[in-house]
Design a protein around this ligand. Structure first.
Ligand code: SF4
Ligand code: FES
Length: 155
């Protein structure tokens, strides 16, 4: 950002995996390794492969269904470039606190943070204050899991 631009908002760092029928985006800093993706569709999501997401390796509706299971919101999708948000938010909005203190939120969300106001459908928010990616949890606090093995780093 050049001097004088003033805005403090940064754009979230996203990786985009474009397919014929669906495009999947991945925000590595928000991935909390729940592994719903690799369990749900291993032919599409494979952390041992590069690229680790192959959106055309399954039916687009099935890919969308598994992306919607990602609790952190690290994975998102759209069917066409002009779709800002393709996913219908859950209704009613739900908020759940995990035993480790994270807030798991699903619904029609407007999340305010370093990236400005973001329309979201899924997020895991930091409940302990330690995250370096506020307001999202980043496993910096007591929520950190010792055995984060299936970790999709940025690929
Ligand atoms: S992208 Fe990360 S947080 Fe989302 S389901 Fe996959 S492993 Fe879990
Ligand atoms: S709850 Fe995970 S970093 Fe705060």
């Amino acid at each position: 950002m050049t001097e004088g631009e003033g805005a403090t908002e940064e754009r979230p760092r996203l990786k985009e995996y474009e397919g014929e029928g669906i495009t999947v985006t991945f925000e590595p800093r928000r991935c909390l390794h729940a592994a719903e993706c690799v369990r749900g569709l291993p032919e599409v999501f494979d952390t041992a492969r590069r690229p680790w997401v192959l959106p055309d390796a399954a039916d687009p509706d099935r890919v969308a269904e598994v992306v919607r299971r990602c609790p952190s919101g690290a994975l998102q999708y759209h069917h066409r470039p002009e779709d800002a948000v393709a996913e219908q938010p859950d209704s009613p909005t739900t908020v759940r606190r995990t035993p480790a203190g994270q807030l798991v939120v699903r619904g029609d969300l407007l999340v305010t943070g370093a990236h400005g106001d973001r329309h979201e459908t899924r997020a895991m928010l930091c409940g302990c204050g330690a995250s370096g990616n506020q307001p999202y949890c980043d496993h910096s606090g007591p929520c950190a899991e010792p055995d984060d093995d299936d970790v999709p780093e940025e690929r």
